[in-house]
Write a protein that binds this ligand. Structure first.
Ligand SMILES: CC(=O)N[C@H]1[C@@H](OP(=O)(O)OP(=O)(O)OC[C@H]2O[C@@H](n3ccc(=O)[nH]c3=O)[C@H](O)[C@@H]2O)O[C@H](CO)[C@@H](O)[C@@H]1O
Length: 363
């Protein structure tokens, strides 16, 4: 095994969008004999439940200067500095062979410490527009791996396209045969990223309730909704006689994706990676306020190949969504073509490519 017990520190934080690709690389490294430490903050640790238990956790102090009230913004540099000291101490002690950052403020301490100690370093950018922290380190790393092609790489910086790595549970369903919508049961999956999306709870149940009765009667909806939105989502589906499961986070999304005839989703990088690796038709509603509108950039490739319908939030309403859902659910040929187009964009080898970059850096 080429890892031979060497240590890789994986730094990720903020949302699941950073944590899930990090998990995919961690799974791969462990499988090849590496030891892995996850460096994150308390918020990031909430999304680390799926990491293999062999992965050690290093919870660092972290903060953001981009959000929050004035007092927390002013205190942020101090907290980041404390976090960097935590990370520096841990790295002096453990001497990792490589540090890989996946973006988010909690990666600043680990990436900064690796820079100071001249430990080989790499970042992975998931989106079509770079995140702030990855941009900060883009010139100070040995490799920049890209999930898609960022439109705003800093001048003189070149990236390596790896795709966005997906978790093993997604790989286990990769290219699972698609059952186009026919006369039998129909399944719709609604996901709003790792935190759920209020707008999907505002619009999707009403759109589904307006589908023709013969579709509604055969439909099962899995709808991820924030806890505060769940009651009204459940009530709308129930009033329309639609079988629906509503949860704040589905732990078995790969299975639900594999079983879906159509998916309504935000256009976060991992959601798109999952949809394309398994290969399902999608209606994508990018989060308009994402940094640099990167979700629209993420969704564009799917829309351009006919894998997905891209519906900007500005034009989103229940009637448009009903129209598009109906178009897919009543046209098996089109649905099958969309599923095949999605699959053609999937990168099931992304974790392996990322892993190859790690081993290149650590001969
Ligand atoms: C609001 C926001 O700024 N989101 C950003 C965040 O993504 P965010 O954390 O929202 O989500 P992503 O779409 O990248 O990933 C969500 C992951 O959670 C999974 N899932 C989702 C719902 C569920 O019930 N169960 C489940 O397992 C999805 O299948 C996917 O694997 O980081 C991403 C990567 O930098 C960005 O592209 C997103 O724009």
């Amino acid at each position: 095994m080429s890892g031979r017990g060497r240590l890789a520190v994986i730094a990720a934080g903020g949302t699941g969008g950073h944590m899930f690709p990090a998990q995919a690389l961690a799974e791969r490294l462990l499988g090849d004999g590496w030891r892995v430490t996850l460096s994150t903050d308390e918020r990031g640790a909430r999304y680390a439940g799926g990491f293999p238990p062999e992965v050690a956790r290093e919870i660092v102090r972290a903060a953001t200067t981009a959000r929050g009230g004035m007092a927390s913004r002013l205190a942020a540099p101090l907290r980041i500095g404390q976090g960097a000291l935590d990370a520096l101490g841990a790295m002096r002690r453990d001497r990792p062979a490589v540090v890989v950052g996946f973006g988010g403020y909690p990666t600043i301490p680990a990436m900064g410490a690796a820079l100071m100690l001249r430990i080989p370093r790499m970042i992975h950018e998931q989106n079509g527009v770079m995140g702030r922290v990855n941009r900060l380190f883009a010139r100070r790393v040995d490799r920049l791996a890209c999930g898609t092609w960022p439109t705003d790489l800093p001048p003189g910086v070149s990236g390596v396209h790896t795709g966005n790595p997906v978790r093993q549970a997604v790989l286990d369903r990769a290219a699972a045969p698609y059952a186009p919508p026919g006369g039998g049961p129909l399944s719709l999956l609604v996901i709003g990223g790792s935190q759920g999306a209020r707008v999907l709870s505002d619009v999707v149940p009403a759109a589904v309730a307006a589908l023709p009765p013969d579709i509604r009667q055969r439909l099962h909806v899995s709808h991820q909704a924030r806890a505060e939105d769940a009651a009204r989502v459940i009530a709308t589906y129930a009033a329309a006689g639609i079988a629906a499961e509503v949860q704040p986070f589905f732990a078995d999304v790969p299975d639900r994706l594999a079983g879906a005839q159509v998916v309504v989703s935000r256009a976060g990088a991992s959601s798109i990676a999952d949809i394309t690796v398994i290969g399902r038709p999608a209606i994508l509603i990018p989060f308009a306020a994402a940094t640099g509108d990167h979700q629209t950039a993420n969704a564009r490739a799917l829309a351009e190949t006919g894998a997905a319908i891209l519906m900007p939030e500005t034009v989103l309403d229940a009637a448009s969504l009903t129209r598009d859902l109906r178009a897919i659910l009543t046209d098996p040929d089109r649905a099958a073509q969309m599923a095949a187009a999605a699959l053609s964009l999937g990168r099931p080898d992304a974790a392996a490519r990322l892993y190859d970059l790690v081993t290149d850096l650590t001969p």
